[in-house]
Structure formats: structure tokens, C-alpha cells
Ligand binder design. Structure first.
Ligand SMILES: Cc1cc2nc3c(=O)[nH]c(=O)nc-3n(C[C@H](O)[C@H](O)[C@H](O)COP(=O)(O)OP(=O)(O)OC[C@H]3O[C@@H](n4cnc5c(N)ncnc54)[C@H](O)[C@@H]3O)c2cc1C
Length: 442
């Protein structure tokens, strides 16, 4: 009989970050266990399937050429879908009215959203994006950058709307300009896709890769603490008292969750205190038919609003039906008023939609990302992890961890980085690795 003496890696959290970390650690030959507190995997990337409608948790778009796509390709997880259908029916929502949304140079020139001088300013900024020294803007807020570069109020409003769309972040006074511009460039150069059958395909794909490499994935397993002895990780304790032996632990959920599992680690408490969650209100609906098939996309200019018919680009609805996501960037103060606002946007774009609703879910305040690159913390490079100072053998992953990208790109990139750090020999033998040893890509 042979005994597997490889290090035991316990990953807490079965979302995109945790499953990515599990896949890489298992492929590196470690004994991997994923603990997920919910009955299903996926966290915020889950897709709920009802009556033939696939509803993601709010509008989800995969950034082409982003870190998530790289990691998924490296692991062999397919990403199939289509780009948003903005060519025929994309609108700007301004003052409660719909106008044509500029989606390229020609529509920018003919747009009624901006005076001529504003059009010139927007065009000039877009043309200069590639030559901008973005890295030097890590400590500058996007709003400060915008005020310095663009004078026309209408042009500023249009650019703010486009930055909200690509970053999901409404707090432009604190969002770092480097990350905002990198994300905007990513969105405008390669674009995004909506995934056929929803984001659960990513969850399933990652889970399959992890399982195929030997990882065990346990649902309904809520972790409550990490047990350490002599500064070394020994086990993860579950809410029912069970202890899962571990040499290394990867905490792949929120910063406050990580801190609650190891309350005696000051770095985790500091990170939890410094994080500013990105929130949104979402109305996710499945309709029996689409009243106005041409009205597929709208973006709020004077209000942080979003509307998109995801089923116009991806297989998400039964024959003849439609899946629409309407959202407000930033949770509203009054959830009921926020719901009415999103219902009004839906009716404006798709008159009569309220009589065609088959599936519906309103999320008044959902966490889109646990943090965003803050100018005050030096942008994305100021984000913490995956190493945890003062806690050898403990690593973090999630959309608040590490120096690259935003949103799910960060989750997957940090999942990979955490696994790479955790599977280095030093991590297992000494319980720590040096930052400079980390893969340069993450
Ligand atoms: C409305 C909305 C829209 C979005 N749109 C986009 C988009 O367009 N593009 C994009 O790239 N990203 C988007 N995102 C972000 C993306 O969904 C997230 O970044 C990503 O899914 C986060 O994955 P994660 O694994 O880091 O965290 P999570 O998905 O939160 O996973 C953490 C997991 O840990 C589990 N857990 C927590 N505590 C415990 C415990 N004590 N024990 C065991 N398990 C525990 C949770 O149940 C959860 O499954 C969006 C998110 C939302 C909410």
C-alpha cells in the first residue's frame, strides 16, 4: 500500500477563485479539498435555471483577452457565447429619454448627446488611450484624471458612463485611474461576451478540471476557523465541529470572511477594514417574448443605469423568450424605489414587458466585487495577497486580491496565484514563500 504524502491544501470557498485555486493545486499534485458552505458551487458566478431561462446573478460579461480568459484557456475550460448586440439598438438614457448611444467614431460624431466640442474631447481622449502612461496614474482618482483632461460636462458624463460600464464601479472619486483606463482599454479593444447557458458553465468547467486532477469538492461545508499550532496550519474547522486536516489553506471568499477565520492575524483585519465593496441593484427577468427586439442595450448617462438583453447574444432563454438584465451601479438607498426605477427602465425599453414576465428576481444590494483598485492605496498594485503576512501557509484569493485586473479577472488570476504560491516547496515545508518568487504573470 502506498500513502499519499503530498501536502494537503484546503480551499475554503467554491466560487471562481476557489475552484481555480483547487484546479491548479490539484494539477500540481497536492491533495486538495474544497469546502463550500452553500449547497451549490459557484458563489456569485452561479446561474439559476428555471423554466428554460438561465439567469446569472445580475448582468455578467466575460472580458475578452482578460486574465479570466487566459486562466480558463490554460485550464482548458471553454468559453462560448456572443458579444452584446449593440450595433442596431444601443441607447443612451438621459433625462428619462432614449437617445442613440455612440458606439464608434461615426455614431459619436452624429450623437445628440454632446456638443461638438465635447465630441472632439471624447474622440481625442479615445485616440490617446494607447499612448497614455497609465501606470503613472495609480495614485490618481479617475475623477481627478477626467477633470484634468476633459472640460465639457456632457463629455465627462459620457466617459463616466463608459467607465462605470467597464469597471462596474460608480465611485469614480476613489477608483484608481490606471485600473479604470486599463479596464476600459480591455473592454474597447477586445470587447466582452455573454456566455451560452450562463456563467455556471465556467463554474462547472473549473470544478471538472479540479476533480479530474483529484480534488475533492464538498458542498454544505461551512468553515468557521483555521486551526494553527506553533504558527503552522493544522486544520480547518467546520461549523459542525469537524476538523479537516490541512498543511496549507487558501481562503477564497471576502476579506472579512478571511479575517473571521483567523481573527488573530492583523493583516487580514487591516485588509478587511480597507476594502470598499462594489455593490449594485439588479433586476433579472425572463420574458415569454421580447416586445421590441431591436432595443437590446441602454446605458444611463446622467444616472448609473444599465439595460441589456443578454439572450440576444447568448443561448439563455427558451425559444421565443428573452433574458434581460437591468441594473443600477451602486445599491440604492431605498430598495423599493430602486426596484421601481429598474422596472421603469425595463418598460421604457420594452413596453409591455411587465405582462410577459415568466421569471423575475430583484437583488436590491449585491456585492459585485469585494474591493476595487483604490487610488488612495496605489491602484490595483496596492491590493493585498495572495500571501498573508504573519500567517505562514495561509493564502487568499478573490476579486479583492492581487495586482491584476478587475472583477472576475481578479478572482481567477488570484486563484491561480494563490495555488502557485501554496504549491511551492517552501510554502509546504516552511509555510511561507517570498513575494519575489511569485509567477511574474500575476
Ligand atoms: C451582479 C454582478 C455582476 C457581475 N458582473 C461581472 C461581469 O460582468 N464581469 C466580471 O468579470 N465579473 C462580474 N461580476 C463579478 C464576479 O461574479 C465575481 O468577481 C466572481 O464571481 C467572484 O468569485 P469569487 O470566487 O472570488 O467569490 P464568490 O463567488 O463570492 O465565492 C466565494 C464562495 O465562498 C463561499 N463561502 C463563503 N464563506 C464560506 C465559509 N465560511 N465556508 C465555506 N464556503 C464559504 C461562498 O458561498 C461562495 O460560494 C459580477 C458580480 C455580480 C454580483
Amino acid at each position: 500500500m502506498t500513502t499519499n504524502t503530498a501536502a494537503r491544501v484546503v480551499v475554503v470557498g467554491g466560487g471562481l477563485a476557489g475552484l481555480t485555486a483547487a484546479a491548479y493545486a490539484a494539477r500540481a499534485g497536492r491533495r486538495v479539498t474544497v469546502l463550500e458552505k452553500a449547497t451549490e458551487l459557484g458563489g456569485r458566478a452561479a446561474t439559476h435555471e428555471k423554466k428554460g431561462f438561465s439567469l446569472n446573478i445580475g448582468p455578467h460579461a466575460l472580458y475578452r483577452g482578460g486574465e479570466a480568459e487566459h486562466v480558463l484557456a490554460e485550464l482548458g475550460v471553454e468559453t462560448k457565447g456572443g458579444p452584446p448586440a449593440t450595433s442596431s439598438g444601443a441607447y443612451a438614457l438621459q433625462g428619462g429619454l432614449l437617445r442613440a448611444l455612440p458606439t464608434g467614431p461615426v455614431s459619436l460624431l452624429t450623437s445628440s448627446l454632446l456638443p461638438l466640442v465635447g465630441k472632439i474631447e471624447v474622440a481625442r481622449l479615445l485616440a490617446r488611450l494607447d499612448s497614455l502612461d497609465v501606470a503613472s496614474l495609480a495614485g490618481t482618482s479617475f475623477e481627478a484624471f477626467l477633470r484634468a483632461k476633459v472640460r465639457t460636462p456632457e463629455a465627462r458624463d459620457v466617459i463616466r458612463a463608459l467607465i462605470r460600464l467597464s469597471t462596474y464601479t460608480p465611485d469614480l472619486e476613489r477608483l484608481a485611474a490606471d485600473a479604470a483606463l486599463e479596464q476600459f482599454k480591455l473592454a474597447t479593444t477586445r470587447g466582452v461576451i455573454y456566455l451560452h447557458d450562463g456563467w455556471r458553465t465556467l463554474v462547472q468547467g473549473l470544478a471538472e478540471v479540479a476533480r479530474a486532477a483529484g480534488a475533492e469538492i464538498v458542498a454544505s461545508a461551512k468553515a468557521v476557523s483555521v486551526i494553527r499550532e506553533d504558527g503552522r496550519v493544522k486544520a480547518v474547522r467546520l461549523v459542525d465541529g469537524a476538523e479537516i486536516p490541512a498543511d496549507v489553506v487558501i481562503l477564497a471568499a471576502s476579506p472579512s470572511f478571511a479575517s473571521s477565520l483567523l481573527p488573530d492575524v492583523p493583516a487580514l483585519a487591516d485588509w478587511a477594514a480597507a476594502a470598499i465593496p462594489v455593490t449594485a441593484a439588479c433586476l433579472d427577468v425572463g420574458l415569454s417574448r421580447l416586445p421590441q427586439p431591436r432595443n437590446t442595450f441602454a446605458l444611463g448617462i446622467d444616472q448609473p443605469l444599465y439595460f441589456s438583453v443578454h439572450s440576444a447574444s447568448a443561448r439563455l432563454a427558451p425559444e421565443g423568450g428573452a433574458v434581460i438584465h437591468v441594473a443600477r451601479y451602486g445599491a440604492p438607498n431605498d430598495p423599493r424605489a430602486g426596484e421601481r426605477e429598474l422596472e421603469e427602465v425595463l418598460e421604457l425599453l420594452q413596453p409591455g414587458a411587465k405582462h410577459l414576465v415568466v421569471e423575475r428576481r430583484y437583488l436590491p444590494s449585491i456585492t459585485v466585487a469585494h474591493d476595487f483598485p483604490q487610488a488612495a492605496r496605489g491602484g490595483a498594485r496596492g491590493r493585498p495577497g495572495p500571501l498573508v503576512p504573519g500567517a505562514p501557509g495561509v493564502f487568499v484569493a478573490g476579486d479583492w486580491v492581487g495586482p491584476v485586473g478587475m472583477l472576475a479577472d481578479v478572482s481567477l488570476a488570484s486563484g491561480r496565484a494563490a495555488a502557485q504560491a501554496a504549491t511551492r516547496r517552501e510554502a509546504n515545508v516552511l509555510g511561507q514563500v517570498r513575494v519575489k518568487d511569485l509567477d511574474a504573470r500575476v
